[in-house]
Design a protein around this ligand. Sequence first.
Ligand code: ZN
Ligand code: FE
Length: 255
Amino acid sequence: MTLEIYQFPARSDNYGVLVHDPETGMTASIDAPEESAVKKALDANGWRLTHIFTTHHHNDHTEGNAALKAETGCEIIGPRGEAEKIHSLDKQVGGGDSFRFGNYDVQVLDTPGHTLGHISYFIPEAKVAFVGDTMFAMGCGRVFEGSHEMMWNSLSKLRALPEDTTVFAGHEYTQSNAQFALTIEPDNAALKARAKEVDALREEGKPTLPTTIARELATNPFLRACEPEVKAAIGMADAADWQVFGEIRKRKDNA
Ligand code: ZN
Ligand code: FE
């Protein structure tokens, strides 16, 4: 039996995600953006919360931790590097660690930059990754705590995942990301097509996530900072990948 995954909106533009292993009955919430939204999602599926996998310390990813733990006794797993900021952690993990969730292995990737301790979770057998605020559809998280080089290295780890990996991210920022991406690569055919798809989905009120590594490799300007055509497009043909990434990030910050 395969892992069941349920994505739902929370707060103003966050996504919550529940991951359920039907064989063992275990259910994990990827982050806990909002207690009520997570509870509603659990009820809608008839699942009982056993775990929370935290990606980083920001309030819109951890606010529901304490209440959900008090109600369900769930185990909260999260980044060792942010344990001092996330008081509710039961188990601290970091890059290179893996742990069992039901019948699945969960691998932890260090993906710092948005915050210094940010981690992502990858379940190879299910070909699924949960990247929090490291990468979005056609975008990436703001580099609040780390450096551009650090964030580029984190995105490079996501680049290296199998192309058919399904990727869940923390926010629905896709439409504005697409508009920005087109300013970097106005002639990218895959990007132009995707931007149209995204507009249609949003018009119907539908989510544009999850995405896949393959789609991001084709359309995400931040992930594409190492591509010669992207470097050339912004007049940085000879610059290092992370410097090109940094320039694109700066332009987005000022957009
Ligand atoms: Zn965040
Ligand atoms: Fe966030």
